[in-house]
Design a protein. Structure first.
Length: 148
């Protein structure tokens, strides 16, 4: 037995299965639907793309682990392995929360700043041209020339 998305022959432990079930139950209906949609997209994805995404995720996790270790070292904390893992987990959670908030703020700022730009462009392009340009004559169809 194997879970979708895992390699055949690699069985998850009972603890992993129980944790997955608990996470599923804690998800909102919208999150469950998004998860199902993502699973479908993953299953339709070429194997090479899956490998590339896995590799990118491993690199991201390693970078995050190094950054958490550096933050712990810079803070002067010296803690045992179990608490170190907890620290790294909390660091990752807080980092994710901060990055999501920054993305949201950036999107809001972009929207605020683009609204006047769009309005200005709307006015600029809604006005008819004062005089036909030389390009307009050059791009006239040959049949229009024959009709003259």
């Amino acid at each position: 037995m194997h879970l979708r998305g895992q390699h055949p022959g690699v069985e998850p432990s009972r603890v992993q299965m129980r944790q997955g079930t608990q996470r599923w139950r804690q998800m909102s209906p919208a999150d469950r639907q998004r998860f199902r949609s993502n699973v479908g997209r993953w299953q339709q994805m070429p194997v090479e793309t899956q490998r590339a995404l896995r590799a990118r995720e491993i690199v991201r996790q390693e970078r995050l682990k190094r950054e958490a270790e550096a933050a712990m070292r810079d803070s002067g904390l010296q803690i045992e392995a179990e608490r170190r893992a907890q620290y790294e987990q909390r660091y990752a959670e807080e980092r994710k929360r901060i990055e999501q908030e920054l993305r949201r703020e950036l999107q809001e700022k972009r929207k605020r700043e683009m609204e006047p730009v769009v309005e200005r462009l709307k006015k600029e392009f809604a006005q008819p041209s004062a005089a036909p340009s030389a390009n307009a004559k050059a791009t006239a169809s040959p049949s229009a020339e024959k009709q003259k």
